[in-house]
Design a protein around this ligand. Structure first.
Ligand SMILES: Nc1ncnc2c1ncn2[C@@H]1O[C@H](COP(=O)(O)OP(=O)(O)OP(=O)(O)O)[C@@H](O)[C@H]1O
Ligand SMILES: [Mg+2]
Length: 268
């Protein structure tokens, strides 16, 4: 019998075949997992879309009902309708996060640069969140220059700020949330979301931008999907920017987003 350092050639061939079988089965498994992930992303994307769209109609009916209740001065009904509207807004926000995440998972982030007044965008966005701030028992304020001409993707910046503001409401349980806008250098904008809440430990800061990463207990009523910060980072990075966190337990958290002005057209 032919032997190579004590092992027969036949045995080596058998080992080789066994290894090949393992490789084939691993490849089959990868293929089927890739298909399952693609199917999951497609289903999540459909769910996000289909859950969100009918809600716009519901929002319209609630607004009309509120106007009617105001006409009849029905204070109790107005209050109930306002609560229903806040719940609906939070539901739409969750569905939007789901939709954003699945779109970014399945395709590259495409930006639509437009010339806008970033100060006005921040002020308007903060104004649109005051009802939600009241719901969470938080004061929300904006500190911006009178105006700041800047070329960026409006929707992306709104999504970044919305996620950071909502996180401060939901997770920090802070008394005050401040959104700041500065211009630290020519063609660079700095967006800061500052809370005075529970803060985030060093260990958690390293993990929190991962997908589905949640530091709060998932059974908490305020828990979402753990996708918001992952979306924030992808949108900021698509702008060639950075997100920094300064925080300590019980000393509040400061998220600082820095973005450079986009060229006329940038698809990443
Ligand atoms: N301002 C903050 N203060 C304290 N903890 C925070 C703050 N922002 C985020 N976190 C923690 O980081 C985790 C991840 O945040 P992320 O926005 O990715 O997910 P989420 O808010 O739980 O869900 P989603 O955004 O998908 O609705 C949160 O679950 C929370 O534990
Ligand atoms: Mg979030």
């Amino acid at each position: 019998m032919t032997t190579v350092q004590g092992t027969s050639v036949a045995a080596l061939k058998e080992e080789d075949r066994a290894l090949q079988r393992e490789i084939d089965s691993a490849q089959e498994r990868i293929q089927s997992l890739t298909k399952a992930v693609a199917l999951r992303d497609e289903l999540l994307s459909i769910a996000g879309h289909e859950l969100r769209n009918p809600m716009h109609e519901l929002a319209l009916h609630l607004t009309l009902a509120q106007k009617l209740a105001e006409r009849y001065d029905a204070t109790d009904v107005i209050e109930r309708l306002q609560r229903a509207r806040s719940s609906l807004d939070r539901f739409v926000e969750h569905a939007t996060v789901l939709l954003d995440a699945t779109r970014m998972q399945t395709s590259e982030v495409r930006l639509s640069p437009s010339d806008l007044d970033l100060a006005q965008l921040v002020q308007e966005l903060v104004a649109s969140k005051t009802d939600e701030a009241t719901f969470y028992g938080t004061l929300l304020a904006a500190r911006t220059p009178a105006s700041l001409a800047f070329r960026c993707d409006r929707v992306a910046i709104e999504r970044v700020l919305s996620n950071l503001i909502l996180n401060a409401f939901k997770h920090a349980s802070s008394g005050q949330v401040v959104v700041e806008l500065n211009q630290p250098a020519d063609r660079v904008a700095e967006l800061i979301v500052r809370d005075d809440g529970c803060g985030i430990s060093e260990l958690h800061r390293q993990r929190m931008f991962n997908k589905f990463e949640q530091l709060a207990r998932p059974e908490s009523a305020r828990a979402g999907l753990g996708l918001g910060l992952w979306i924030v980072r992808r949108l900021v990075e698509a702008h060639g920017g950075t997100v920094a966190i300064d925080s300590a337990p019980d000393a509040g958290t400061v998220f600082t987003v820095r973005i450079a002005e986009l060229p006329q057209s940038k698809a990443l």
